[in-house]
Design a protein around this ligand. Structure first.
Ligand SMILES: [Zn+2]
Length: 880
């Protein structure tokens, strides 16, 4: 049920549930024209609730109620009220059994919330509020119950019937039907309920836990995907081992299942014992998935698995606490990925996402704290702030406490709250209690929105040998929050002498054994630190490893950045110095005359990088990536996107032209031999070659063209194939581009995950993704408006990555996006609300752009019957 004036829900209104549910007994009768759901709940009044006379209120959405019975006796119409979004039973005893029968239509469920059909199979997505689309229930995470689920369906069409826990009974029924009953011994909130029914093949493996129990691991996929499970299965086993070793967490059920589903709003879902994945986040083979996809799959499999403890065994009290499970679990999966590959590269990737997208969110109209104080539609709060900034907050606790104390804190947290629904404050409290540290000021990270700014100045006194660093913190105003208090910020730094050697950081004079890196703790608005025994003016290496999610303002000279690029012992800051230098050069060219000089020192720095075979090649591969347009926009007020795009391309072309010989050398040097491997070294090698290729094709180099064509034809893996295809698509070689795209499609047209990559490589390209091309992609037979991945790969890639085309000065890109949002709002409001995001940043852009973006938003606002999801995003972004 959607209303035109959505209500705001406040954290301050939280009350414990009036009723508790001890057990849930579900029986699903699945048919082609719908499903009947029999739900029997054992309920009792919550002794902790002061609402002693409250009626029983159960949540519902899009349900047809067939009957209600209290303690076995069917209720008459006057005994209850079906309000559509609520079932109210006025008079109930202290403890009772309620049986509710509902009829739902999964085959017509295009919102993909609750129970729906995807490629002929039934599946569910209940987080955050999908369970109420299945049956009437107190749909809130602090109601935890034990579930027993019986599924009945036609045996030929749905031989596999899955739910949470262990299968305890199965058998045949009349009319070619069968049933399976599942029992989950662990109490859980209903958002972790899952059901799958389909004709799926099963891949099995086992895992032996640290205490010697054998866990049955199963993956269920459509038969055509049977060969694409190995990587996810291996990732799962690595995750299970890692969680035992690093966090002491052992798996608890006898079975762990993963199912791949094509139509899915999210990436994956951690339902207890039965994780459901978007196919694109779990299926991989050398021929069909890029290195990036392999890494992403490993990380997502780990993330969902880690939720078994951080999310399922200990869950959120209410949805304002979403970061309790997400921030902590993202931190855990990021530690895991760092351990599996290169920690520096992983940090660079995380920070890139954070600085580009989360900082933009933090500075925009949807800015909210890691623990929000209010929301209209919780689906809109599955944000980068909750996930990525939330993970950074946990990471800072890890930095402040150190790994050993942090582990004590997490042990205490799991032990103290096992089986409970708790708050972010409970998490911090466990960390405080275990370590003895006072984190009261640190808690502001959960309460205050906005990205803190550190303005840093320094001076050096040659006579006394004192280097002085002054750090002033401020936090910008955000919607509903002004005059913020200083936060507790761990600030890691080092100082480099003129010979490039790290200096001991003597906070007191004469401390010759001082470390060369320190984590300073900022708690006041202004701090001054003095470093003694410094012989000549040092170069500061600030905020090493990006020790806090803040913006650093310091007047680096280009000489200092070049120096840090080649000397900083912190790989992250080496990369960051290169980014800052490139940003500075590109920004100086925005709206400059065409013949403006490009700093030759940038060319020399890149020449050194490309040619230096001694450096960590994974780091070199990252350092060669110029800052993205999205990041450059994020750093600019009143951005003129086409001008930024031109400046960035000019630098890229200039570098490619000047370094052609080095690029060809790099391409040849990194030619792989032997079988395909997904190791950090092999990934770096492919990345370097594909970057070299992309740069050569930026200048329409003939040698580059023939290398790309032969790489495309000879590739034995998707990374190389896609690298060559992308380079050709972004080049001026029009006939090669078209031929490459056609061949690629013909080869992979039966594989939806590869077709999605084919769509997005075009939609994200300023050469192949002009608006008229995008319209053609939407008309393509492989495009499907019901499939979120297809929508993301065309509409999302166009508005999110093809920025010069999206920000066409005539406003056509904005109107296009508004059209698609309005179209999707009726069928899938969650996806529609996510697609709006690029428009919500309208204040970031130069007036001629922002006016047109605003009018596109107003058109969406005025659509009749706007969903609550889109309503909230659009109204907040238009508010003063
Ligand atoms: Zn998660």
């Amino acid at each position: 049920m959607r209303t035109s004036q959505p209500q705001t829900i406040y954290l301050s209104d939280y009350k414990v549930p009036a009723y508790l549910v001890d057990t849930v007994d579900l029986r699903f009768e699945l048919f082609e024209d719908g499903a009947r759901v029999h739900s029997t709940l054992e309920l009792r009044r919550n002794p902790e609730s002061d609402e002693t006379a409250a009626p029983l209120e159960l949540d519902g959405d899009s349900l047809t109620l067939e009957s209600v019975a209290l303690n076995g006796a069917e209720l008459a119409a006057g005994d209850y009220e079906d309000r559509g979004d609520q079932l109210v039973v006025r008079s109930v005893p202290e403890q009772f059994t309620l049986t509710v029968v509902t009829w739902i239509e999964p085959q017509n469920n295009t919102r993909l919330e609750g129970l729906y059909k995807s490629s002929g199979m039934f599946c569910t997505q209940c987080e955050a509020e999908g369970f109420r689309c299945i049956t009437f229930f107190p749909d809130r995470p602090d109601v935890m119950a034990r579930f027993r689920t019986r599924i009945e369906a036609n045996k030929d069409a749905y031989p596999v019937l899955l739910s949470n826990g262990n299968d305890v009974e199965k058998g045949e029924l009349e009319n070619g039907r069968h049933f399976v009953t599942w029992e989950d011994p662990f109490p859980k909130p209903c958002y972790l309920f899952a059901l799958v029914a389909g004709d799926l093949v099963e891949k099995r493996d086992t895992f032996s836990t640290c205490s010697g129990r054998d866990i049955d691991l199963r993956m269920y996929v459509e038969p055509r995907n049977a060969e694409k499970c190995d990587h996810a299965m291996d990732s799962l086993k690595r995750s299970m081992r890692w969680d035992e070793e690093v966090y002491g967490r052992e798996y608890d059920l006898d079975i762990f299942m993963i199912v791949a589903v094509d139509d899915f709003n999210m990436g994956a879902m951690e339902n207890k014992g039965l994780n459901i994945f978007n196919s694109s986040c779990v299926l991989a083979s050398q021929e069909t998935a890029t290195d990036l996809a392999f890494q992403r799959i490993e990380a997502i499999v780990a993330h969902e698995y880690f939720h078994n403890w951080s999310g399922n065994r200990v869950t959120c009290r209410d949805w304002f606490q979403l970061s309790l499970k997400e921030g902590f679990t993202v931190f855990r999966d990021s530690q895991f990925s760092a351990d599996m590959g290169s920690p520096t590269v992983k940090r660079i990737e995380d920070v890139t996402l954070l600085r580009t997208a989360q900082f933009a969110e933090d500075g925009g109209p949807m800015s909210h704290p890691v623990r929000p104080a209010s929301y209209m539609e919780i689906s809109n709060f599955y944000t980068l702030t909750i996930y990525e900034k939330g993970a950074e907050v946990v990471r800072m606790i890890h930095t402040l406490l150190g790994p050993d104390m942090f582990r004590k804190g997490s042990d205490l947290y799991f032990e103290r709250h096992d089986g409970q629904a708790v708050t972010t404050d409970d998490f911090v409290k466990a960390m405080e209690d275990a370590s003895g540290r006072d984190l009261s000021q640190f808690r502001l990270w959960y309460e205050q929105a906005g990205t803190p700014v550190l303005a840093i100045s320094d001076d050096f006194d040659a006579e006394t040998g004192v280097y002085r660093l002054t750090i002033e913190q401020s936090i910008p105003d955000t919607p509903g929050q002004t005059n913020k208090k200083p936060q507790h910020i761990p600030f890691a730094l080092g100082l480099l002498g003129q010979d490039g050697q790290p200096l001991p950081l003597q906070l007191e004079s004469g401390d010759s054994g001082a470390p060369t890196e320190r984590v300073l703790e900022l708690t006041e608005a202004v701090h001054t630190f003095e470093f003694h025994g410094v012989e000549s003016r040092p170069v500061p290496s600030l905020l090493r490893h990006f020790s806090a999610p803040v913006r650093v303002r310091y007047n680096w000279t280009r000489e200092q950045l070049l120096f840090l690029m080649s000397h900083d012992p912190d790989g992250f800051n080496r990369w960051d110095a290169g980014q800052r230098l490139a940003v500075d050069v590109i920004q100086s060219l925005v709206n400059a005359p065409d013949d403006a000089e490009i700093d030759p020192r940038l060319v020399e720095a890149y020449r050194k990088l490309i040619s230096d075979a001694d450096l960590d090649q994974a780091l070199v591969a990252k350092m060669l990536q110029l800052p993205s347009e999205a990041y450059l926009i994020e750093l600019t007020d009143k951005a003129d996107v086409p001008a930024i795009h031109r400046a960035r391309e000019a630098v890229l072309r200039h570098l490619a032209g000047a370094l052609k010989g080095e690029l060809l050398g790099c391409y040849q040097r990194h030619q792989g031999s032997g079988p395909y491997e997904v190791t950090p070294e092999a990934i770096a090698r492919r990345s370097l070659r594909n970057t070299a290729l992309a740069w050569l094709l930026m200048i329409d180099d003939e040698e580059g063209r023939s290398l790309a064509v032969s790489q495309l034809n000879a590739a034995d893996n998707m990374t190389d194939r896609m690298g060559a295809l992308r380079a050709l698509v972004n080049s001026g070689f029009e006939s090669d581009r078209q031929e490459a795209l056609d061949d690629f499609y013909n080869r992979f047209q039966d594989d939806p995950q590869v077709v999605e990559q084919w769509f997005s490589v075009q939609a994200a390209s300023d050469q192949a993704g002009q608006l008229s091309d995008i319209h053609k992609l939407l008309e393509h037979p492989a495009f499907d408006w019901k499939n979120p991945n297809k929508i993301r790969s065309v509409v999302g890639a166009f508005a999110g990555q093809n920025l010069a085309a999206f920000h066409n000065p005539d406003g056509s890109g904005y109107q296009f996006l508004a059209d698609q949002v309005c179209r999707l709002d009726d069928s899938n409001p969650q996806i529609a609300a996510r697609l709006v995001t690029p428009l919500t940043r309208w204040r970031k852009f130069a007036p001629s752009y922002s006016d047109r973006m605003k009018s596109a938003l107003e058109r969406i606002r005025d659509k009749a019957g706007l969903s609550r999801d889109v309503y909230e995003v659009v109204h907040k972004s238009l508010a003063d």
